[in-house]
Design a protein around this ligand. Structure first.
Ligand SMILES: Nc1ncnc2c1ncn2[C@@H]1O[C@H](COP(=O)(O)OP(=O)(O)OP(=O)(O)O)[C@@H](O)[C@H]1O
Ligand SMILES: Cc1ncc(COP(=O)(O)O)c(N)n1
Length: 270
């Protein structure tokens, strides 16, 4: 039976990040994709001009509709900008005993726009982090969550360890914001593993975090273990960046089309 994944995130009108990136990624990774939209954003490759949040009641209804019909094999959570929205997500995930929850603690867009209110970060930590199988902060997010300034691989390990121990979940600290390489660090069950990546000289990185977390969720949905899911997701993001799509005047989106043929061929063979 086809495996299913749900993204709970904001819509990006330019299709590079958010719900749109998540659905493209889930399709390309061979799972059936569903969405619960937390907010509409008016944005393109150069910035975000407006945000319109869903009401908590409506978001709750979206989640009820999904969980009572097509139960997702994994859930990815992206942009959730206010406290009440975070609380309703936590309530519904607990009520329906959702599994394989990947939380991408989206705080600031590549273009610089803040996507979560300051006071909601505390709620995110209290309500959603403890439900996660894995959290996927980038370096600035890991710094904000721990107060540790990350200047080295050792700093990344310390920050990931602190987050993992505090919230009792695995942590993937993403290395896209490093200058020389793109190595991601997985900290889980008191040990760590590096997922090495060559830095690809592509300025179009809009939606890399959304894509990586959705690829992890897709692979968890398919039954891969955490390490394998992260490895496959890292390969996926590297391929999408290496395809060198170049759209828009700012930091453009990635190409998901590169993977679709391969993934469906692989699915048929499984
Ligand atoms: N130039 C690059 N070359 C290779 N891999 C990259 C590059 N930029 C980002 N990545 C990879 O993309 C993934 C997302 O990492 P990043 O640190 O950019 O997350 P993020 O900041 O949350 O993304 P977003 O751009 O969506 O905010 C990681 O696996 C990272 O290693
Ligand atoms: C709706 C939405 N969700 C997430 C991001 C973060 O992605 P990025 O940091 O690549 O802009 C975004 N820009 N928009």
């Amino acid at each position: 039976m086809r495996k299913t994944a749900l993204t709970i995130a904001g819509s990006d009108s330019s299709g590079g990040a958010g719900i749109q990136a998540d659905i493209k990624t889930m399709m390309a990774n061979g799972v059936y994709a569903m969405s619960a939209i937390t907010a509409l954003t008016a944005q393109n490759t150069t910035g975000v001009t407006a945000i319109l949040n869903a009401t908590p009641e409506f978001l709750g209804q979206e989640l009820d509709s999904l969980f009572t019909d097509i139960f997702p094999d994994a859930v990815k959570i992206g942009m959730v900008s206010d406290r009440e929205l975070i609380c309703i997500i936590a309530e519904k995930l607990k009520q329906y005993q959702a599994k394989n929850i990947v939380v991408d603690p989206v705080m600031v867009a590549t273009s610089g726009a803040r996507l979560i209110s300051e006071d909601a970060i505390e709620t995110l930590k209290q309500e959603l982090f403890p439900l996660a199988a894995i959290l996927t902060p980038n370096i600035p997010e890991a710094e904000e969550l721990t107060g540790i300034k990350i200047n080295s691989a050792e700093d990344m390990i310390s920050a990931a360890r602190q987050i993992s121990e505090t919230y009792h979940c695995a942590v993937l600290c993403k290395g896209g914001h490093q200058l020389n390489d793109a190595n991601d660090l997985l900290y889980a069950n008191d040990s760590y593993q590096w997922f090495e990546g060559k830095r690809i000289d592509n300025p179009n990185t809009h939606g890399t975090g959304c894509t990586l977390s959705s690829a992890i969720a897709s692979n968890l949905a398919k039954g891969y273990d955490l390490n394998t899911s992260v490895k496959r997701a890292k390969d996926y993001i590297s391929g999408a960046l290496a395809a060198m799509l170049d759209l828009g005047a700012g930091s453009g989106p990635m190409d998901h089309g590169f993977a679709i043929h391969n993934v469906y061929t692989e699915e048929k063979e499984d």
